[in-house]
Design a protein around this ligand. Structure first.
Ligand code: ADP
Ligand code: MG
Length: 343
């Protein structure tokens, strides 16, 4: 059996950043490898009463430190302990993780459980994107699904929660990047940044007005051709965009590709879409919605996105052709000179 795991650093969204020469350092950008991807922050404007340009490297540093803190919060000790104490006893995980898990369950409910935070038994079985990735036996998948169906998350007090039954597990991989982007924006804003873009692979958030009055331009990568865009969006104010794609992380077994977005109904990678892009007020929500819309496939995704008033575009492969569906609100965000902007 030939088996290969692929995990790409390629980004799904590309901010169209034009750096202008001048005496000001702004816009200033910086990138770090965090959360399994490249995280980029671009600062466009600051409140000059609170911040001077020579403080910008320190501001960048604090924002990246916040992203690193979320990386640890989502992956490490407390969440692992909550999972390993499942069915045994409550565990003190802290208020922030409780709020993250609660919000993830709300998103699960909104998306008809196409996104759900308690898929841990299934995501650890497949382990796509890690060295342990493998094609599980069907009975293993059915056993994991049964465990997921009976999962209960109970909050005992502001910092303590319990997971049941034994073997249940929370996986925040579907929202961690989005939440980290949101938190980086909060840190930048609190330190006196008035316009910035934070971007982590498929997740991006912008806030404020660019000094030149232009909208934020965000290009969505073509799911099959990294050299092309499928759409260029123009955003104003505080908005987040997330894209989930089947080409980012996958396992290849005997010529078949198994990617990292699992359908909670079947337990297998969803074949309904090749990419899903959504615009939402926060990046954490956008991250979860993108996963859910991907699982649902174009028709159901556009129906749900309209119901939730979310601009969205979903692309699927049907008989070797790519089919694109979008909400009218998404179409309205597309740049009128989109074709001219192609690289
Ligand atoms: P990416 O990190 O590539 O943007 P997503 O944001 O779509 O991908 O999240 C994928 C991760 O979310 C997976 O690696 C897994 O941990 C988890 N996951 C996979 N399928 C689901 C699902 N249906 N609901 C919730 N989480 C999921
Ligand atoms: Mg995502």
């Amino acid at each position: 059996m030939y088996q290969r795991t692929v995990s790409r650093g390629l980004s799904l969204l590309l901010p169209c950043v034009l750096l202008v020469a001048g005496c000001s350092q702004l816009p200033l950008d910086d990138s770090r490898s965090l959360l399994g991807t490249q995280v980029t922050i671009t600062i466009h404007a600051i409140d000059k009463d609170r911040l001077s340009e020579n403080q910008l490297p320190a501001v960048m540093q604090e924002a990246f430190e916040e992203v690193a803190r979320i990386q640890n919060l989502a992956q490490w000790r407390q969440l692992r302990s909550l999972n390993s104490y499942a069915g045994v006893e409550p565990y003190e995980i802290g208020g922030e993780l409780i709020a993250l898990i609660d919000q993830s369950y709300l998103l699960a409910d909104e998306t008809g459980w196409a996104f759900r935070p308690d898929l841990g038994p299934l995501t650890s079985l497949w382990a796509i994107g890690t060295d342990e990735a493998r094609l599980p036996a069907d009975w293993e998948i059915q056993a994991a699904l049964a465990r997921i169906d009976s999962t209960r998350f109970t909050v005992h007090d502001t910092v303590t929660a319990m997971l049941e039954p034994f073997g249940a597990s929370i996986d925040l991989g579907g929202v961690a990047k989005g939440y980290a982007v949101d938190r980086a924006c909060v840190v930048l804003h609190d330190l006196g940044v008035t316009a910035a873009m934070v971007w982590a692979g498929g997740d991006l958030r912008v806030f404020g007005e660019k000094p030149n009055g232009e909208p934020w331009r965000v290009a969505v990568r073509h799911p099959r051709d990294p050299e092309q865009y499928t759409a260029v969006l123009e955003l104003r104010g505080d908005r987040a965009v997330a894209t989930s794609g089947d080409y980012e992380r996958y396992l290849e077994v005997d010529g078949h590709r198994y990617h990292h977005i699992l359908d909670p109904l079947t337990g297998y990678p969803s074949r309904a879409s090749v990419s899903a892009t959504v615009v939402a007020p926060t990046c954490m929500d956008a991250d979860a919605y993108a996963t859910a819309l991907f699982v649902l496939g174009p028709e159901d995704a556009v129906f749900l996105a309209d119901e939730l008033s979310l601009p969205a575009m979903v692309i699927a492969a049907q008989e070797d052709e790519l089919v694109t569906r979008q909400t009218s609100s998404f179409d309205r965000l597309r740049a009128s000179d989109e074709a001219v902007l192609q690289p």
